[in-house]
Design a protein around this ligand. Structure first.
Ligand SMILES: C[S@@+](CC[C@H](N)C(=O)[O-])C[C@H]1O[C@@H](n2cnc3c(N)ncnc32)[C@H](O)[C@@H]1O
Length: 204
């Protein structure tokens, strides 16, 4: 007999973390409008990671309506913590800003309406954590900026690395001595899509 729990995916749906009304509303809007958000499992994963490394300065690439930003900001909202989040779509950015107000987090989130590559070229760090979730073709061109903007031993978390368009990025991170990385193929209830890859990379 197998040592594994039968219907592993069904069983693991029991462990989807609970959410408050703001996050549930954003999930409902995302489903209705087809907005690809990280969902509650990756959200809680980011929260736990950010708390574990005591991240105070966090950079997010790809805000959409602000769902993942809420998890990240909650993790770093202590006295000096702040999240900078970049979004190229003005309509999405203004929805995100309204959601940050609703969540009581506007004071610790700075949203910039900008293309990530253009904006990061002129940014200064250091950040403790960077979460990357933009168009996947953008991952590889941003890699050197992520390295420059992270502190030594800072953490880069990249979503959707199971996408074909992320494959060059995957190889570049895996093969570079500038990163100590792990690629996780994961089952992620309510993530878009539910089976996908995540990459965690420590800046060396
Ligand atoms: C997958 S969604 C982000 C979802 C969000 N992180 C969440 O889970 O709640 C990707 C977002 O990144 C934005 N985006 C894509 N390419 C970008 C770029 N080069 N610079 C800035 N934003 C970008 C898109 O407009 C879209 O809103």
């Amino acid at each position: 007999m197998s040592k594994m729990i039968p219907d592993l995916e069904g069983a693991f749906r029991q462990f989807v973390p609970p959410r408050d009304a703001v996050l549930l509303q954003l999930e409902e809007e995302a489903t209705r409008e087809g907005i690809p958000i990280i969902g509650p499992v990756v959200g809680e994963f980011l929260y736990v990671l950010a708390r574990a490394i005591q991240a105070k300065q966090i950079l997010e690439l790809g805000t959409a309506t602000g769902y993942s930003a809420i998890y990240l900001a909650r993790a770093c909202q202590g006295s000096t913590g702040r999240l900078v989040t970049l979004e190229k779509d003005e309509g999405m950015a203004s929805r995100a800003q309204a959601n940050f107000q609703k969540a009581g987090l506007a004071h610790c989130i700075e949203i910039r309406v900008a293309d990530a590559l253009a904006e990061m070229t002129n940014m200064e760090g250091p950040f403790d954590l960077i979460f990357m979730d933009i168009d996947k073709e953008g991952y590889l061109p941003l890699l050197s900026h992520c390295h420059r903007l992270l502190k030594a031993e800072g953490l880069m978390v990249t979503d959707n690395v199971g996408f074909h368009a992320a494959n060059d990025f995957n190889h570049a991170v895996f093969e570079s001595p500038q990163w100590k990385s792990v690629h996780l193929l994961s089952f992620l209830p309510y993530h878009s899509p539910e089976k996908d890859g995540l990459c965690l990379a420590l800046r060396t």
